[in-house]
Ligand binder design. Structure first.
Ligand code: NAI
Ligand code: A1CAB
Length: 273
């Protein structure tokens, strides 16, 4: 991609994204500038491991890069925006991945009709398998959306949605990898309890989730049909599924996504105070 990329916040999300983008050569490391707050260790780590440029100067970052990814925690957004406000122009493309921070919050604090894209990727960016949704702000042009789409397409799949959908996206696919990891932990422990050694149990659990996801993606069949194919009447799967449903599996997942989406909405309220 042409031009330089600035990344604000050198945390786990920034690292996952950077790894994915560099590995598919969307940007060369020399064209990436990273800044982090009061944490030179993290900047050293980024410089040493990814050969990117690092800076402690917001002005240098904003003057040198047109596209900026903001990956700080939601609670730090207000303070950060006050630091960069004077250096941001309408030519910049500001892409925020912060959960529960809407484009209006960013636009109000940056002023001048700045182009903002709100994105919700997940940590699978690192292996180029993120599920990302992006939404445009009030002043965001088509080209800015294209740039964001290209960035997140390089690290997985992208959907473009209206901003009001982003709390739901956050509850489903932003947080979703953690639900799947929890399931992997549980499957592994269950396998051990049923008589397997840890290494074998974990390997089988991970491959099973991977294979099921791949089938759902590639077979063209709906998950409900795929599930029925595994479930023989009176067989082992039915015994397992019946237990899952009796213990509230579907209800738990519905409630988990609802609560996470609600938390995203709450975070907006907390941060706008
Ligand atoms: N971790 C995840 O799975 C996902 C996280 N996100 C969002 O990504 C954002 C970052 O999350 P993580 O990487 O997990 O957090 P993190 O805590 O690992 O990283 C945030 C980094 O931002 C730095 N920072 C804070 N204020 C700053 C400032 N004013 N200037 C420069 N750097 C500053 C911190 O020092 C820290 O290194 C959050 O807003 C989160 O909602 C979005 C999707 C998934
Ligand atoms: O837990 C969080 O708040 C962030 C946003 C989505 C995934 N992790």
């Amino acid at each position: 991609m042409e031009g330089r990329l600035g990344i604000i916040g050198a945390g786990s999300m920034a690292e996952a994204l950077l790894k994915g983008m560099l590995s598919c050569k969307l940007f060369s490391s020399g064209d990436v500038f990273v800044i982090n707050r009061k944490n030179d260790e993290r900047l050293n780590f980024f410089r040493e491991n990814y050969s990117v440029n690092t800076t402690r100067d917001y002005k240098e970052l904003l003057n040198g890069c047109r596209t900026i990814i903001i990956a700080v925690k939601p609670k730090d957004m207000g303070e950060l925006l006050s630091h960069i406000r004077e250096y941001v122009t309408r030519n910049h493309i500001i892409i925020s991945v912060a959960a529960g921070i809407d484009t209006g919050f960013i636009e109000n604090r940056l002023g001048k009709g700045v182009q903002v894209v709100r994105a919700m990727p997940n940590t699978s960016c690192q292996v180029k398998e993120s599920a990302t949704a992006i939404a445009r702000g009030r002043y965001t042009g088509d080209e800015a959306i294209k740039v964001a789409e290209e960035i997140f397409s390089s690290v997985g799949k992208v959907v473009i949605v209206e901003e009001q959908a982003l709390d739901a996206v956050t509850g489903l696919s932003g947080s979703g990898p953690a639900y799947v990891y929890l399931m992997l932990e549980a499957l592994t422990e269950a396998g051990i309890k049923a008589g397997l050694v840890r290494e074998i149990s974990e390997q089988l659990a991970i491959q099973t989730v991977f294979g099921a996801a791949k089938m759902a993606l590639e077979s063209g069949e709906a998950p409900v049909h795929l599930r029925r194919k595994v479930t023989s009447p009176g067989g082992t799967t039915m015994a397992g599924i019946n237990t899952l449903q009796q213990m509230g599996f579907t209800a738990s997942i519905m409630e988990a996504v609802r609560n996470a989406a609600e938390r995203s909405r709450q975070m907006m309220m907390e941060n706008s105070r």
